[in-house]
Design a protein around this ligand. Structure first.
Ligand code: SAJ
Length: 433
């Protein structure tokens, strides 16, 4: 069966690219969001997120009238839920957006429809939370309408490409549902399509991000060991990774974004007694921003945070990772927030963040203005633009002669030649021994 009309609930980082991709396959897509700012922006033809290739495909979808943006859902063949699943203060999964999206579908649900949940969710959400809400329609999941969980697995920054080429997992509440899900996704997915049950698909998604979190945690712990033993952890990791069965990720200032730092908690919450490793990895990564702040304190010879008051620090990079404009749960922002709290005079620059966007931080919008009066430069995100900086040029317009590099973006040799001391995370260059 082919689907003619799809209702996409949630037009964020996943919903909007997926809606546009479906529209490009000549399917009518009703894009629904409850956020007025997003609706206004999209109706004016401007996407609210930075993602390579998205503006173009969005423009085409609007021009062809295959994508319509509105606040309320309406009758369709397929409903896709792609809303956020954040966690609460106490690290509990917040399913309120999923539940309200599901409630909003109920009046429009018809026999033979397909409902897909794409939002990352704790195990059993599809069958135990979503199905009962949808069944308020009087229809039965699996019997009268198809219900599947199909996690998005795309990497921000490469969404348009990965949406099409990645393998796609489709977990149905029964086999017929999984098959119906395959009919939908095979319209645009070129990667392998794997059918399974809904709870397995939920677990797969959580396991992938948890695995990555744990791998980053070990890299971060190795960076601390590198500092302790005077070993360059970046060199050590690259040598270790030549082993055919070893692939250690990179240390950094911590784990940000809305996925890797959140999803493992869904497993810890679901089964705290049997997930000590997952919890510990989370705590290691959550403590990495303070580890980097300790390096900053050491470099500035501050015994106490009060010694930092009035210091002039220029921060390069604020987003949660390189080449995205997303600030959610950014470790760089956490570090900047603490520095401001301690009375540091912080100036910051990020090529992906507009000037004046963040409270308390002077965002000058120009690298030169940011660095001019600095005592210390701190590099927190490995945007390509920073690796391309010519240190000789920088040396001419900044007073700073020390730079902390938390992401291994700089050539120590080139910066030293230009007169800088480079303090790199995981190399003991801040003199921990
Ligand atoms: N990070 C490191 N070291 C690394 C890799 C990443 O410190 O070696 C940090 C990044 O700087 C960032 C955080 O981890 O702060 C997360 O970045 P990421 O690139 O690992 O992941 P996300 O959150 O952008 O996207 C992940 C992806 N999951 C996996 O790679 C298993 C993506 O495929 C998922 O679709 C996405 O989560 C999601 O939405 O769940």
């Amino acid at each position: 069966m082919s689907y003619k009309k799809i209702c996409m609930l949630g037009l964020g980082y996943i919903g909007l690219p997926t809606a546009c991709t479906l529209a490009s396959c000549n399917i009518k897509v009703i894009g629904v969001d409850v956020n007025q700012r997003i609706l206004d922006s999209l109706k004016n033809g401007v996407i609210h997120i930075h993602e390579p290739g998205l503006q173009k495909i969005f423009h085409e979808a609007q021009q062809s009238k295959k994508l319509v943006i509105q606040r309320e859902p309406e009758e369709a063949d397929v409903f896709i839920i792609a809303v956020p699943t954040p966690f609460t203060e106490g690290k509990h999964a917040d399913l309120s957006f999923v539940k309200s999206a599901a409630e909003s579908i109920v009046p429009y649900l018809q026999s033979g429809n397909l409902v897909v949940l794409e939002s990352t969710s704790p195990p059993c959400t599809t069958k135990d939370v979503l199905a009962p809400i949808l069944e308020k329609s009087g229809l039965r999941a699996g019997d009268d309408f198809y219900l599947v969980y199909s996690p998005e697995r795309v990497l921000p920054g490469k969404i348009m490409e990965e949406l099409v080429n990645n393998a796609r997992v489709i977990g149905g509440v029964n086999e017929e549902s999984a098959q119906a899900g395959k009919n939908l996704y095979s319209t645009f997915v070129k990667g392998e399509i794997i059918l399974t049950d809904a709870t397995t698909a939920e677990m797969v998604k959580l396991m992938e991000n948890t695995y990555r979190d744990i791998n980053i945690a070990i890299a971060n712990e190795f960076s601390r060991l590198g500092d302790l033993f005077g070993v360059d952890v970046w060199e050590a990791i690259s040598i270790a990774n030549k082993h055919p069965r070893v692939n250690i990720l990179s240390p950094g200032p911590g784990v940000g974004g809305h996925c890797i730092g959140v999803d493992p908690w869904f497993l810890v919450e679901a089964a705290p007694e049997i997930t000590p490793l997952i919890k510990t990895a989370r705590m290691v990564n959550d403590s990495q921003p303070s580890y980097v702040m300790d390096i900053i304190k050491r470099v500035l010879k501050a015994e106490d945070v009060s010694d930092l008051e009035g210091k002039r620090i220029s921060v390069l990079g604020l987003t949660y990772k390189a080449e995205v404009d997303d600030l959610r749960q950014s470790p760089a922002l956490e570090i900047v927030g603490k520095l401001i709290e301690w009375g540091v005079d912080v100036k910051a620059y990020d090529p992906y963040v507009r000037s004046g966007e963040i409270q308390g931080v002077s965002l000058t919008g120009s690298l030169q203005n940011t660095l001019k009066n600095a005592e210390l430069i701190v590099l927190l995100v490995s945007h390509m633009k920073f690796s391309e900086i010519n240190p000789e040029e920088i040396a001419e317009y900044t007073q700073a002669r020390i730079i902390v590099d938390a992401v291994n973006a700089l050539s120590i040799h080139d910066w030293q030649k230009a007169g800088f001391e480079v303090v790199k995370l995981g190399t003991n260059s801040a003199g921990k021994n």
